[in-house]
Design a protein. Sequence first.
Lengths: 424, 347
Amino acid sequence: MATTTAAPGTAAAAAKAHSTNRKWAVGLLIAVVVIFLLYSQILPNAPADVQTFFRRWLSVSAVNEAVLWVVFALGLNIVVGYAGLLDLGYVAFWALGGYVAGWIMSPFASSMYKSWGGLKLSILGHPPAIEGLDTGIHVNFWLVLPIAGLFCALWGLIIGAPTLRLKSDYLALVTLGFGEIIPQILRNGERIGPNGVFNLSNGDKGISPVDPIPTWPVSYIPGVPDELALKASDLPYKFLVYCLLAAFTIFVSLRIREGRLGRAWLAIREDELAASMMGVPLMKTKLSAYAVGAFAGGLGGVAFATHVGGVFASRFDFAISITLLAMVVLGGMGNVWGVTIGALALAWINSTGLEQVGQQINSSFGTDIDFPSYQFLLFGLILILMMLFRREGLLPETRTRQVLQEPERGDLESVGADLEGEPV
Amino acid sequence: MSQTAVEAAESRPSLAIGALLERGTGFLLLLAVAAFAVWHLVATPAAFFTTMVVGLNQGALYALIALGYTLVYGIIELINFSHGDLFMLASVLSGFLMVSTFGATAATTGAFLALVATLVLAMLFGAALNTTAERVAYRRLRRAPKLAPLITAVGLSFVYQWGGIKSNGSGQRNWDTILGSSGFTVLNVKVPWSMIVVTAVTIPLLLGLNWVIQKTRQGKAMRATAQDQDAARLMGIDVDRTISLTFALGGAMAGAAGLLYLQTFGTTRYDAGFQLGLIAFTAAVLGGIGNLNGAVLGGVLIGLVQALNDRFGLGVAYSQTVVFTILILLMVFKPEGILGKPTTEKV
């Protein structure tokens, strides 16, 4: 079986992974700095046609969004890739994280309930300097991040708890159910309670604006703005902030994988029964996968709210959960770098890539095909073809490859019982 | 090791109390729903029964779709995620066939003939598409880890939705139905004519399906394959063909549901399949997945609950939330469903 053959190699592999991790960190840092300098220093002074090229193919806003997709994809990777629990409702955490930002990082809190009208609370906050927008709760962005993360982790536990006794395929459905329920409640949450006195989410109108990102103490460096709002000149700095979040998620993903918890997740993914026989507490381990994955969703949700300057319920639909799943599957379930690259690639295709490539093809071949409308087909085909031909993803983790290429079904039959299917 | 041993020792006595609490909570919830229904029955009987009729109508559709889930799950333990979208494609196809090809927009004899023709075509379409999907994708993954066919099904669902967008557009499309929204009134209870069509199509279909599975050789082969594929193969059953047939039957039911949906609501949407598919899956689980009668019972029950909620409860905006809450509560309290048998995992 794959697990036994993999075992002797893991120590050496872990050591190797360690040294390559550091190299990657340096490489990542260099890449981030280069991209930052490109967008903040070089591009504004570049010739007009270079600027147009970048605006079309890879605007800084598209780059920022792609980095945020990395955060979400890595969060989902912990649940799907590490623990092997198919979560089809990850968008719920994105939404919840965003609404935490909406609740405690915007003027909205003062209009949630009639008698809260005069509410004015600021915890190191940065309310917009406009008159009338300084009501509500304004907590510092950097404090909101852990709050939203913990809030989502709590919801991860709540969502995970009823699903623990279920077989793996039911689990997908229940998470999907939650992924539909939570955004629906938020979409309809304008008038809740008797006579609709309580405004939970402002319904379809959404919550905007959310507060900018304060940069203290980095703001002492000359040239760095005090706060990062939606101004074009702020975007490269936001890129740095989002990269910091992505780097944090990458770091946590890599470190946790080597630890006791991460190894327990992998054991469960590969063989639940064997893992529980080896003394892995199934409930606790599965729940923690949900919680950690949800934490990343919360971080990303808050950051995304600052990226678009608000929270809008209609954005949170099933397609997002599937796009994230495609990112994880494409890159290679369980492999952090694979998922990162998968997320960047698909996010780019999603935002500008498909449209631009399509325009190029249309103009050079004289065709008239509406490429963005093929997005659903593309994502569906990615999932199907990857599962049929390269289940381990483009950048597979050695261990995942061994498990997924195993001829027998992993769940029950690998223990030696009731082997079904014809001999090959 | 010792930690889990302690946990196991601790959890043993509390399990009984836990089970009791669970059952108690479950019954309380059921009682609350029953009381809610009875209260409205007494307060406004006419409105209540009108709602029930709407619920039955929806329930019949859910039952037809739920059968597809239950058939496939019963035989290869796969949640065929794309099944709802198959139904959506069938509804779009029957829209084009009924209105554009046959021009059947009013209640004439020709229109009813067109209805029958479209029913046959939609069922063939559903069967063909579902069998193709099985042949191309699922069959190759039958021996793969469970995550693989599930993700494939999700991907397929996206491909179908793309087909829906391409043929139906990204918004809602309205069609003329042959019976419209007209109906008749019995004892102050409004019954739409489309309800009669739905019943007239659904009941023979269900009886036919039951006959195929219980009385024919192929049905016997299906039941045998569901129980034990290896033993079935040893008995000379062509397992691959039997599984294909199961997909075909499920797809045909979804095709019929597509036409009936169109004739009931007169609209098609590319994402209708996703929502109805989930509701139908809930129905299949409610009845006990793998159990055909359970799927029908579950479908009707979910239809009734949804209609009650839309009329008297939280309203249409929370329709989905109510259904999924039922799904989640079921998973907690009675994962085996109403008619299903509690199964322990085979080891």
